[in-house]
Write a protein that binds this ligand. Structure first.
Ligand code: PEP
Ligand code: MN
Length: 262
């Protein structure tokens, strides 16, 4: 993962878009796959505004075992159908090695969540995958620990790793997590890997998402991961931090003023 090994920035090409130098890449979608209609509707909305990657979890790492755990395999089937219907790229989380094959098949990017950043068996497994990996920073991981986790994936032969800052635990209680944008410049100087920012989990609160998204772009991020929902107040997970379509379109317009075409 180090620049000493690989001085030029990593670039990852998809049929829909490119991640890496010269590109600012948007990934957006609901926290969870809830049903086929909402995924299809979200994908059509995103493609209509030029966002070509959709995020949505079929397997959800919920704090409470009594909360909605995701649609599982059925959720992956929905994602596959919507990808086929619309051409949108799919970003979805893998939580365990057991489901690696089916998640790899459904995903264009395999997400590893904050709680699994140091699940070394899982990292070794996605090191063998033929799909890029979005590696979220552990909620109390140092930059070095995070890069070492990227190293686990790369050591298996999968060099397509995208880092994603999603907020860390601090004493601050005004937001769900503390979005550590200050990690971007040191990360860029140490590593050639692209770094994304998730201001949705980083703040936990809808009104704070757009300003932190703009700040992430200004700080040097290569892209954003943002939660949106057709009706956020009815979301089955993370509604409080999800933008509706109108608010997301407005954010896209502001980002374009800073970044140019996305
Ligand atoms: C998510 O992206 O919905 C998620 C669970 O993220 P994190 O692992 O950052 O909490
Ligand atoms: Mn979420």
């Amino acid at each position: 993962a180090s620049r000493e090994m690989h001085p030029t920035d990593t670039k990852i090409e998809f049929p829909q878009t490119t991640v890496g130098p010269g590109h600012f890449t948007m990934i957006a979608g609901p926290c969870s796959v809830e049903n086929e209609a909402m995924i299809q509707q979200t994908a059509e909305f995103l493609m209509g505004i030029g966002v070509k990657m959709l995020r949505a979890g079929a397997f959800k790492p919920r704090t409470s075992p009594y909360s909605f755990q995701g649609m599982g395999k059925e959720g992956l089937e929905i994602l596959k159908r919507v990808r086929k219907n619309t051409g949108i790229g799919i970003v979805t989380e893998l939580m365990d090695t057991e489901n690696a094959d089916i998640v790899e098949e459904a995903a264009d990017i395999i997400q590893i969540g904050t709680r699994n950043m140091q699940n070394f068996a899982l990292l070794k497994r996605v090191g063998l995958a033929r799909k890029p990996v979005l590696l979220k920073r552990g909620m109390s991981a140092t930059l070095e620990e995070w890069l070492m986790s990227a190293e686990y994936v790369m050591a298996g032969g999968n060099y397509q790793v995208i880092l994603c800052e999603r907020g860390v635990r601090t004493f601050s209680d005004h937001s769900r997590n503390t979005l550590d944008l200050s990690v971007i410049p040191p990360c860029k100087s140490l590593s050639h890997l692209p770094i994304f920012v998730d201001p949705s989990h980083g703040t936990g609160k809808r009104p704070y998402v757009p300003p932190m998204a703009l700040a992430a772009l200004a700080a040097g991020a290569d892209g954003l991961l943002i939660e949106i929902h057709p009706d956020p107040d009815k979301a089955m997970s993370d509604g409080a931090q999800s933008l509706n379509f109108a608010a997301f379109s407005k954010l896209i317009d502001s980002l374009k003023m800073l970044a140019g075409p996305l």
